[in-house]
Design a protein around this ligand. Structure first.
Ligand SMILES: [Zn+2]
Length: 240
């Protein structure tokens, strides 16, 4: 029997440490190499991108991860400052968590499609239930709760209503990962939450309207717009 030499018989070995965690470790080493002390500024985001040859979102995830463990403090309009943590924590070496920007990338891939399918296959119960999640969101905002249960339930309901079990499971898994994430709340602290919240309510209403009208394209586009505004709020949170 002959086999083609071009076909690899096994998958290549890829590093298991998450890219943001590896990048965090490299930034930590850079701080030590340069002898930077607590309170001093880290190299700018642009400099870190070119030094470490990774994307801006990865640098941002790495900085948030370093902030969680106290190795860095990110100050809006100032930049990232060296924190007091002296050792690189093992929790960052073996984490299997996808970083917040990686999670958002997956949401971009899944949720506009989920909204379009939900509009196409709209079941009667869905619109009322979606409306209830928006009312709940408004209550959370009015009461000053830090939770985003209304937001989560809105997205999970659409995933359920899309009628594709694989898409539903992937989106549910994503939101579970976000709830377990230590990085996500840290990142949210940097976001102008009130500004984002009132925009989010309006965007949810647009998505709901498109689903009600069974307009798959409008539902897809409204979800895409909503995710873009989440991404923009994160981008604004980071000093360039
Ligand atoms: Zn939302």
């Amino acid at each position: 029997m002959t086999t083609s030499s071009n076909v690899p018989s096994i998958l290549p070995i890829v590093p298991t440490q998450r890219l943001f965690a590896r990048t965090a470790e490299r930034i930590f080493l850079l701080i030590q190499e340069r002898g930077l002390e607590a309170g001093q500024k880290l190299p700018s985001e642009a400099e870190l991108v070119s030094l470490l040859n990774v994307s801006r979102p990865t640098i941002r995830e790495a900085l948030v991860a370093l902030e969680v463990v106290g190795a860095v403090t990110v100050r809006k309009n100032v930049g990232a400052l060296v924190g007091s943590q002296q050792y690189f924590p093992s929790s960052l070496i073996d984490t299997d968590e996808a970083g917040p920007f990686e999670q958002l990338e997956a949401r971009f891939a899944l949720e506009p499609a989920s909204a379009a399918l939900a509009a196409q296959r709209r079941a009667d119960y869905v619109c009322d239930a979606l409306e209830e999640t928006i009312v709940y969101m408004l209550e959370e905002h009015a009461e000053g709760f830090q939770t985003e249960i209304g937001d989560r339930n809105f997205h999970l309901l659409i995933a359920k209503a899309c009628g594709n079990a694989l898409i539903e499971r992937s989106i549910t898994q994503l939101w579970k990962m976000r709830e377990r994430s230590q990085l996500w709340p840290q990142l949210q602290k940097l976001v102008e939450i009130q500004k984002w919240r009132s925009k989010a309510v309006y965007e949810h209403m647009r998505i709901l309207e498109a689903i009600r009208q069974q307009d798959a394209k409008a539902a897809h586009d409204a979800m895409l717009k909503h995710l873009e505004s989440v991404k923009n709020s994160f981008d604004e949170a980071f000093p360039k």
